[in-house]
Design a protein around this ligand. Structure first.
Ligand code: TYM
Length: 335
C-alpha cells in the first residue's frame, strides 16, 4: 500500500460557539496547507456526542463548521470536507485501537480530567476513550500531518504511540506512519478575554470571554474593549509581556491576524496605551473576521449546498479509508 508523504487530516467539533481560538489555532492554518498538501478536513460529530448534544443543534452546528471551513477559504472541490459519522471506518478503527491503547495512557490525558470535572464516574465512556477515536480519525487515512492548536498536543502524542504500538504488536513495520503535529503561528493557544490565564473555550459560561465566528462588528469591538488587561502601556519587546497574560494574549491575537510576529507588533505599538491598541485590534479583527462571518451566513442559508459538499466529501473519504481498513482487518486476523 502506497504511503502518501503529504497528507493532512484535522477536525473541529460541532459543539457551537466556534471561536477565534478555533480559527487562529486551527482553521486558518488548514487553509494555508492546501497549496502543499492533500487535505482532509472533518467535522467530528462523533466526538461532539461524548458530551450531551441536542440533536437539532448538533445537525445545525455540523453545517456551521462546514460553512466555517469553506468561508475561511478551504476548497471542498480540491480537498475533502465531510462529517465523521458518515464514514464508518472511524468507528471501526477506533474499536480495534481501543484494544491496542492501554488504560494507563488514557488515565494521563489532562483534557479528560478537565472535561469530566469532579464527578468523573458520571462522564460518558466515550469521553474517556475520545483520544482513541481521534487516533483512528488520523490513522484511517494514514495521514502524515495534523494541524491543531496547542491543547491537542497530548492527544497527538497518544496517536503517535498508538500507531507505533499497532505496528509493533502486529509486526507490520511502517504500516501506520507517525503523524506529525503542526502547531503553527503566534496564536496556538488563544486565551479567554476575561482571564488571560484560561484558554478561550466554547464552553466558558461568559460570552464576553470569546469572539465567535458569528459575532457582529459591534460585538467584536465591545468584547475587545472589555477585555481584561492591566494599566501599563505595551512594552517594547516580547520579554516585557511576561507576567502580563491579558496583554500577551491581545498582542498574540493582533500578531496572528496581521501575519506578523509579536515582536513586530510591539515594535509598532511600543509604549501605546490599551486605549489606543484595543481600537486598532478591534478594527483589524473586524476587517479579517467579518467577511468570513458574512460568507458563513450566506452558506448556512444554502443548506442543500452544504449537505452536498458533505455527502461528496464522505464518498471521497471512504475511498481512502476503506482500503486502509480492509488491510487493518487482514493484519489483525479478521476473516
Ligand atoms: P476542538 O473542536 O476543541 O477545537 C478545534 C481546533 O481548535 C483548536 N483550539 C484552539 N487553538 C488555539 N487557541 C484556543 N483557545 C483553541 N481552542 C481550540 C484545537 O486545538 C483544535 O485544533 N479533538 C479535537 C478535534 C479532533 C481532531 C481529530 C483534531 C477530532 N479528531 C483528529 C485533529 C485530528 C478537538 O476537540 O478540537
Amino acid at each position: 500500500m502506497d504511503q502518501p508523504q503529504n497528507r493532512v487530516f484535522s477536525g473541529v467539533q460541532p459543539t457551537g460557539n466556534l471561536h477565534l481560538g478555533n480559527y487562529l489555532g486551527a482553521i486558518r492554518n488548514f487553509v494555508g496547507l492546501q497549496e502543499t498538501h492533500e487535505c482532509i478536513y472533518c467535522v467530528v460529530d462523533m466526538h461532539a456526542i461524548t458530551v450531551w448534544q441536542d440533536p437539532k443543534e448538533l445537525a445545525a452546528n455540523t453545517r456551521e463548521v462546514a460553512a466555517a471551513y469553506i468561508a475561511s477559504g478551504i476548497d471542498p472541490e480540491r480537498h475533502i470536507v465531510f462529517n465523521q459519522s458518515k464514514v464508518s471506518a472511524h468507528a471501526e478503527l477506533a474499536w480495534i485501537l481501543n484494544c491496542v491503547v492501554r488504560i494507563g495512557w488514557l488515565n494521563r490525558m489532562t483534557q479528560f480530567k478537565d472535561k469530566a470535572g469532579k464527578d468523573r464516574e458520571k462522564a460518558s465512556v466515550g469521553l474517556y476513550t475520545y483520544p482513541v477515536l481521534m487516533a483512528a480519525d488520523i490513522l484511517a487515512y494514514r495521514a502524515t500531518h495534523v494541524p491543531v492548536g496547542e491543547d491537542q498536543k497530548q492527544h497527538l502524542e497518544l496517536a503517535r504511540d498508538t500507531a507505533q504500538k499497532f505496528n509493533n504488536d502486529f509486526d507490520a513495520p511502517d504500516f501506520f506512519p507517525q503523524p506529525e503535529p503542526l502547531i503553527m503561528g503566534e496564536a496556538t493557544r488563544v486565551m479567554s478575554l476575561r482571564d488571560g490565564t484560561k484558554k478561550m473555550s466554547k464552553s466558558d459560561p461568559s460570552d464576553l470571554s470569546r469572539i465567535t465566528m458569528r459575532d457582529s462588528a459591534d460585538d467584536i469591538a465591545k468584547k475587545i474593549r472589555k477585555a481584561q488587561t492591566d494599566p501599563d502601556p505595551l512594552p517594547e519587546d516580547v520579554k516585557g509581556l511576561e507576567g502580563r497574560p491579558g496583554a500577551d494574549n491581545l498582542v498574540g491575537i493582533y500578531a496572528a491576524l496581521s501575519d506578523k510576529t509579536k515582536a513586530q507588533v510591539l515594535a509598532e505599538f511600543s509604549g501605546a496605551q490599551f486605549s489606543v491598541f484595543k481600537p486598532a485590534l478591534a478594527d483589524l479583527a473586524v476587517e479579517k473576521l467579518s467577511p468570513i462571518t458574512n460568507e458563513m451566513k450566506r452558506l448556512m442559508d444554502d443548506r442543500a449546498y452544504i449537505d452536498t459538499i458533505l455527502e461528496k466529501g464522505a464518498e471521497r473519504a471512504r475511498a481512502i479509508a476503506d482500503p486502509v481498513l480492509a488491510r487493518v482487518r487482514e493484519i489483525v486476523g479478521f476473516i
